[in-house]
Ligand binder design. Structure first.
Ligand code: GDP
Ligand code: MG
Length: 596
């Protein structure tokens, strides 16, 4: 296709403002999905996306569109809205020249509207402002068109009004995309350069690599080279998603499509790499993506130790389509062999954990999430700690923790309660601005460790769900942080160590000792459960000794009942973990960690 007739755009918005629904209507009005084949959120292919009603992976689709008698090829990329998946969004943006900025006409601008708009502006994209859901009785398009125009400049009349539900305005929107979004530019004669913006493992087809052609072209059977590794492969299939994979005769400048090389090893096709021709390779690779930095860490352990290798393979596969996932092996006294994994946030952790269980059939336990701390000891050694049990022993001179800039948008009546919450999480007010008459954007700097766990839940419940939240890294700060250990009869249980602010150490100690006291069965002897900072005990419970052994109950009882009890005890033993002399069923650890 002549690049003059190609338009590459994405849809960006706050979560739930209707991107996926609008994408559905586009598939329909362009005729690539017949009405009878239509189902809601057509492009959300993963079960977990459909159930939760959220988009996790970006999807690229090619659609034909006629305007003024010419046929254009529109490549549309639907993107996730949640803060944890910003990394997916920023990669999609790099493959586009334009962005449809969608805003719910009954809600107005929210925190991720701003975050995604700034990302699009950084990528020099043409922004097309659109109000969605104008069919809603509560929609107030005049008010929010003014709010949007105020934000991005221009006149409120330039803001399109559509409904992804009824389809109103979708034709005009596609015409506007053709009219406003620049066509891709690139050198047709130059050696091929294609940017890998996504890569997924498909059990039938092997690795499927999604690319945006920048220069030159690629054809089936051509030998290509991955520029970062210089590995060469033959292109077995090349095509476009429309929305089902459709083989084509090749991809030229500006086109978006997929490649299949028959590669099975997921590491061969790295997101951000450049694909070129192996005989006449391009001299310079395209600028890649900076690898995202994991913000939250947690240990993932198979409940059945025999699943360890399966877990490794599953992580390797997930990593291919989720570049933000990081992992390395670790071992724990309480939980055995597993992996320390890095995530962009808690939702990301939750999704990965759920995908491992569902798509790979693994039963897993995740340890309490932790952020990254820089610890300096008194002899001037500096250690990066992502697992609290690795906190250095001995005298510490300083600990620093990651800090984020938090943006919250909410109706003005909630300002007081929001500030109170932020203050209690060690936040520092940075500024406050009115977006319109009733809504305010409040900015705080806050330790990441204070917001990754339950901050959003608290924010939602204090504001009846009216507040939206976004955050971005803002560096590090020194804080008065300590490691709290949990001890069973004097032996440390590594999976329960936590790094917390000194003022919250006591509360954590009491919570965990009480929990473990309830969950760990009695032993032959009394077991003290303690929480300690270094050698100082800050909380203490004890599990009283068992009075009689388990068989005592059935003295005089019939023999088969005794045998059954013994069998049961043996089975239980398999899953027992020893902490010093104390036997703990793994379930107790799992329950304590999940707060059940
Ligand atoms: P996304 O998170 O931006 O992809 O949003 P979705 O497309 O998943 O939509 C979120 C919710 O809004 C769903 O319940 C949709 O049915 C609903 N929705 C989306 N577009 C419209 C619309 O134009 N009108 C109405 N009334 N509801 C809509
Ligand atoms: Mg969606």
């Amino acid at each position: 296709t002549d690049p003059a007739f190609i338009r590459n755009f994405c849809i960006i918005a706050h979560i739930d403002h209707g991107k996926s629904t609008l994408a559905d209507r586009m598939l329909q009005v362009t005729g690539i999905v017949a009405d009878r084949d239509m189902r809601a959120q057509y492009l959300d292919r993963m079960d977990i996306e459909r159930e939760r009603g959220i988009t996790i992976k970006s999807q690229a689709v090619r659609m034909p569109w006629e305007k003024d008698g010419e046929t254009f090829a529109l490549n549309m990329i639907d993107t996730p809205g949640h803060v944890d998946f910003t990394y997916e969004v920023s990669r999609s943006l790099a493959a586009c020249e334009g962005a449809v900025l969608l805003v719910d006409a009954a809600q107005g601008i929210e925190a991720q509207t701003l975050a995604n708009l700034y990302l699009a502006l950084e990528n020099d994209l043409e922004i097309i402002p659109v109000l969605n859901k104008i069919d809603l009785p509560a929609a107030d398009p005049d008010k929010y068109a003014a709010e949007l125009a105020n934000l991005i400049g221009g006149s409120p009349d330039d803001v399109l009004r559509v409904s992804g539900k009824t389809g109103v305005g979708v034709d005009e929107l596609l015409d506007r995309v053709v009219g406003r979004v620049p066509s891709p530019s690139g050198d047709e004669q130059a050696p091929a350069r294609a940017m890998i913006f996504d890569s997924v493992y498909d059990s039938y087809r092997g690795v499927v690599t999604y690319v945006r052609m920048v220069d030159g072209s690629l054809r089936p059977r051509q030998k290509v080279q991955m520029m970062s590794t210089t590995a060469t492969h033959e292109l077995l299939e090349i095509g476009v998603s429309s929305p089902e994979p459709t083989p084509s005769k090749g991809l030229g400048v500006g086109e978006v499509g997929y490649l299949i090389t028959g590669v099975k090893d997921v590491r061969q096709s790295r997101v951000g790499d450049t694909v070129t021709d192996s005989k006449t390779p391009a001299r310079n690779a395209l600028p890649g993506y900076t690898d995202p930095k994991p913000m939250v860490f947690s240990g993932l352990y198979p409940i059945d130790g025999a699943d360890y290798t399966d877990l490794r393979e599953a992580l390797d596969k997930l990593k291919l389509s989720d570049a933000a996932l990081a992992y390395e092996p670790e071992t724990s006294v309480a939980l055995g062999f597993g992996f320390r994994c890095g995530f962009l946030g808690l939702l990301h952790l939750e999704i990965v954990n759920e995908r491992l269980q569902r798509e790979f059939g693994l039963d897993l336990i995740a340890t309490a999430p932790s952020v990254t701390y820089e610890v300096t000891t008194e002899d001037k050694k500096s250690v990066t700690v992502t697992n609290p049990s690795e906190f250095p022993e001995g005298k510490i001179s300083s600990v620093s923790e990651p800090v984020v800039k938090v943006g919250i948008i909410a109706p003005k009546d909630y300002v007081g309660t929001i500030m109170e919450l932020c203050q209690s999480r060690r936040g520092t007010l940075l500024g406050m601005e009115y977006l319109g008459e009733e809504r305010v954007e409040i900015r705080y700097s806050m330790p990441l460790g204070e917001i990754v766990f339950d901050f959003f839940d608290h924010l939602k419940s204090r504001t009846q769900g009216y507040a939206s939240l976004d955050y971005e890294p803002m560096g590090e700060q020194e804080s008065d942080l300590v490691k709290v250990d949990i001890l069973l009869q004097g032996d440390q249980v590594d999976a329960f160590s936590a790094i917390v602010h000194r003022e919250k150490a006591y509360a954590y100690g009491v919570l965990m000792t009480e929990r473990l006291k309830k969950l760990i069965p009695r032993q032959q002897f009394e077991v003290p459960v303690q929480a300690a900072i270094g050698s100082r005990i800050i909380a203490r419970e004890s599990i009283r000794a068992m009075r009689k052994d388990v068989l005592a109950k059935c003295y005089g009882g019939d023999i088969s009942r005794k045998r059954k009890l013994l069998e049961k005890q043996k089975e239980g033993k398999k899953r027992m973990k020893m902490v010093g002399r104390v036997e703990v069923p793994q379930e107790a650890f799992i329950a304590a960690l999940s707060g059940e």
